[in-house]
Design a protein around this ligand. Structure first.
Ligand code: ZN
Length: 877
């Protein structure tokens, strides 16, 4: 039936029909054919199977063939089971556990004797991990998965049999099962209509959408945690590829190596290996009659947030990107529409890194599926041909990294156990261990390089196999500036430029540049889940305002009906100081308190009730969180953060503003960073430069003038708005409220001068910069006088003297100089002394505005308190 439908659609649209003929199953005829299972040949125009149908097929293969084993690997954020399909010779599949042990020895044992290494190289196999379609609108890699599996286990080709003797292919058939189903359901909804190919009107993930490929340092999401475990702790594959799609009008297929800049902590030979695999793919795909393959362009390998972050863990980690169709609908591309774009290819013409341009014409899902099949077979082939060298390289690199850690500074990173934010310390130690880093604690006080270290401090020696990763995430980032030509344009980064974990979390750390072997004898390896929290805490209890976890404790306690208040003065309890704004939880349910402690990762002090201590009772505000229909990742990250911190909220779409009773339902309206045009009109273009939306008209809606006026009235009557990044533009320029007959026009006392600063050369792609904070203010309770914020230059505030019923206060401002802490910034002087967090009063209400994202990708813990404090009652002058 479905096949017939595809044919009819093709005829209706006068398109040629593309069908891939899979190799005939001969050796094992009981193996089900993909076309029989799915009802169509995967890769056919207009036809997509969903996650359950795909896993159903792989389960059938698991049953029918001794060469495929489907193993569960964690869960998606919305609770779908995730899998790895191991595909190899029957002998290898029966021997996976033993082969896994060999992988681990090669990956982690720097003391492996030569003879033992040779034995493991002889007995071991190359484990090749492929992760497919994490970006759910990039459907083709997963649609190719059943064909790849079927072809591998049914092929009679002696060469393929030889490859599978040498190689264990580990296929994660889909990295984002929730998103896969959302996108496919959306495609089928509009298929055959005017709006075929319309974008999904939300993020294709529980929370973070496209940013799931930005989570590999922070590991906040269940799917990224599961995939990272494969190479951090469980299987230690030697080769890995993450399969994506890109725009439609450039090269057909991108293969490694990447373009500059590259991460300087990575071993030189590892880059060369990505080139070996990439060049073999270029050759094999070209030989297979597939033109349009390019390398050394578009993508760089400087930033460690993506799935290929395993490259910092000694895996030959790679990325591929195919030119897209409209989900499963073919596109026709005129030759003049083909273009070079991005780095490394200046013209769409024959070049050394693009030797056979694709000429244009029809481009179909089946074309991408062919590329996915051929490129996978190429990697398997290269892995087989160079098996012994790859396995030797893995152990040699382990030895080399450990040796570098013993012979080159820095030698150790230290996280002191005494930190103002205990919850972030515990979370960071756990995260570093989740990354497969050996973590130690100091047995006794020790003075090292003039620094007094304390018993219990956390020590991370650089002499360990994943040294490159450890160094990368513990040091400050110093962007490797390279130019296209001598003295020419700077090669700009693909993504952000700062990820230093201690700095992002507001934790103290030390980089130790001398080696001390007697110090190393005082270290004890930490194993299991680090948990310093005790049991038996009793109410009333005081939680320090300096800990992010204390806010979580307060949010949880209030929702559980406990009485929570904040200190209006500093107190001492159990010898510790609790600053203004610390939370006191009252009540009698000590079991509940202890479960809150466990969840909040923060140890409370015991509080003595006294009339002398001034407290203000707090309740949770009713929060509206504004999320647009347009793959609104910053809103998604905010939802994630609030769920993580157990803070309830209601999602409000901009087109609902007009009919919303704001004061009746909400105390606070939160605007994560998104463009003013999307918020106002539901379109990304403006009147001056219109752009056509790819969404169904039902979703091309914004709040409009009436919705904005409703929001402004809400503020004026006592409501609160919290807004950051681009959204703050909504509140610039002339605003309008009509009350009865009176039309009131006003401009709030701030402006955004980011455009001007950019024209004058400000360029900051996402870096950590210093921010000086007003002290003794409820908005900065628990914060030091200076902190680091993550800043991308989207907004740059100026304030002005207010008129009528308005006022403004600068809560945080950039210092006058030496502003950049970690990452990259051109013309940082444009930021000098500019306000970055302001409080604006209008009528009885207020706006708290940030020119930075205080919760950027749930990886800027140092500034979470600036957001959480803003949720509570209004601040005095
Ligand atoms: Zn992608």
């Amino acid at each position: 039936m479905k096949k017939t439908f595809s044919v009819i659609i093709s005829i209706l649209l006068c398109l040629p029909i593309s069908i891939i003929i899979p190799e005939k199953a001969t050796a094992q005829s009981s193996i089900p054919d993909p076309a029989d299972h799915f009802g169509f040949v995967p890769g056919s125009d207009y036809m997509l199977f969903n996650y359950e149908q795909m896993i159903g097929y792989l389960m059938k293969l698991d049953k029918a063939s001794p060469m495929l084993k489907l193993v569960e690997n964690g869960q998606s954020p919305m609770g779908k089971r995730m899998y790895i399909a191991f595909i190899s010779s029957e002998k290898n599949i029966n021997n996976l556990e033993k082969l896994g042990e060999i992988n681990k020895e090669l990956a982690l044992n720097p003391d492996l004797p030569e003879k033992k290494q040779a034995e493991y190289i002889k007995d071991g196999k190359v484990f090749f991990l492929a992760t497919l379609s994490m970006h759910s609108s990039e459907v083709a890699p997963s649609q190719a998965a059943p064909l790849i599996a079927h072809k591998l286990i049914t092929s009679d080709d002696p060469l393929i049999k030889k490859y599978l003797d040498d190689v264990v292919y580990m296929m994660v058939p889909n990295h984002n099962p929730d998103g896969m189903n959302m996108v496919i359901e959306n495609y089928n909804k509009y298929k055959g209509t005017q709006y075929e190919g319309a974008s999904l009107p939300r993020v294709y993930h529980k929370y973070v959408g496209h940013d799931n490929n930005r989570d590999y340092v922070s590991l906040t999401q269940e799917d990224t945690k599961g995939v990272a475990r494969i190479y951090n702790l469980d299987w230690f594959p030697q080769v890995m590829i993450d399969k994506h799609q890109m725009g439609s009008t450039g090269i057909r297929y991108y293969v490694p190596p990447t373009h500059d800049p590259i991460a300087e902590n990575i071993d030189a030979e590892l880059w060369a290996w990505t080139g070996v695999f990439g060049t073999n793919m270029l050759r094999d795909l070209t030989n297979a009659g597939l033109p349009g393959v390019g390398q050394k362009m578009l993508f760089d390998d400087y930033w460690p947030g993506s799935t290929e972050t395993c490259i910092w863990k000694n895996v030959i980690g790679m990325l591929s990107e195919a030119a897209s169709v409209r989900d499963a609908s073919p596109v026709y591309i005129e030759p003049n529409e083909l273009q070079a774009g991005g780095k490394g290819l200046s013209e769409y013409e024959i070049s050394i890194n693009f030797p056979l341009p694709w000429p244009g014409g029809w481009w179909r899902l089946g074309d991408i599926v062919k590329l996915e099949i051929e490129s996978t077979f190429s990697i398997i082939k290269t892995s087989s041909l160079l098996k012994n060298e790859i396995l030797k390289f893995r152990n040699d690199l382990c030895k080399r990294e450990v040796m570098k850690g013993k012979s080159q500074p820095p030698y150790y990173y230290v996280l002191p156990s005494d930190q103002s934010d205990q919850s972030e310390l515990i979370a960071l130690v756990r995260l570093i261990m989740e990354h497969g880093i050996n973590t130690f604690r100091l047995n006794e006080d020790y003075t090292l390089n003039g620094i007094n270290l304390k018993e219990g401090d956390f020590i991370f020696p650089l002499a360990q196999p994943f040294r490159a990763f450890l160094k990368e995430v513990m040091e400050k980032q110093n962007y490797p500036v390279r130019h296209y030509t001598p003295g020419g344009e700077v090669i700009r980064p693909y993504d952000i430029t700062s990820w230093s974990l201690p700095l992002h979390r507001g934790l103290k750390s030390h980089e130790i540049k001398i080696r001390d072997e007697s110090f190393e004898k005082k270290l004890k390896l930490l194993t299991g889940l680090y948990n310093p929290l005790k049991e038996g805490y009793k109410l009333p209890a005081v939680f320090p305002v300096t800990s992010n976890g204390s806010f979580k404790a307060a949010f949880m306690a209030i929702q559980n009906g406990m009485d929570v208040s904040r200190l209006n003065q500093e107190i001492k309890a159990d010898g510790k100081v609790y600053g203004k704004g610390s939370f006191v939880i009252h009540g009698s349910n000590n079991d509940l308190l202890n479960s809150i402690v466990k969840e909040s990762l923060t140890e409370p002090g015991s509080f003595r009730e006294s009339e002398k201590v001034s407290l203000t009772s707090v309740k949770l505000p009713r929060i509206a969180l504004v999320e647009t229909y347009f793959s609104d990742m910053d809103a998604g990250w905010t939802r994630y953060l609030f769920d993580f911190y157990k803070l309830p909220f209601t999602i409000l779409h901009p087109d609902e503003f007009e009919k919303t009773d704001f004061p009746g339902n909400y105390d606070v309206v939160i605007f994560p960073s998104t463009s003013k045009a999307l918020l106002m009109n539901g379109k990304s273009g403006t009147e001056a430069s219109p752009s056509m939306s790819n969404y169904h008209p039902d979703y091309q809606k914004g709040m409009g003038k009436k919705g904005l006026e409703k929001l402004l009235l809400f503020i004026s009557e006592g409501g609160k708005v919290i807004s950051w990044g681009q959204s703050t533009d909504l509140f610039t320029g002339m605003l309008e409220i009509t009350r009865g007959e009176t039309k009131e026009e006003f401009i709030l006392p701030f402006t955004n001068t980011a455009d001007q600063a950019r024209k004058e050369g400000l360029n900051i792609p996402g870096s950590l910069v210093r921010l000086q904070l007003k002290q003794d203010n409820p908005l900065t309770w628990g914060m030091p006088a200076e902190t680091n914020i993550f800043y991308r230059g989207n907004s740059l505030f100026n304030t002005s003297i207010p008129r009528f019923d308005m006022d403004r206060r600068v809560i945080g401002a950039f210092p006058d100089k030496e502003i950049l802490v970690s990452g990259y910034c051109e013309k940082e002087e444009k930021l000098s002394e500019k306000p970055a967090m302001i409080r604006i009063k209008k009528g009885k209400g207020e706006l708290i505005l940030y020119s930075f994202n205080p919760q950027f990708r749930a990886s800027t813990q140092a500034t979470y308190k600036l957001l959480f404090n803003a949720l509570f009652s209004s601040s005095p002058e």
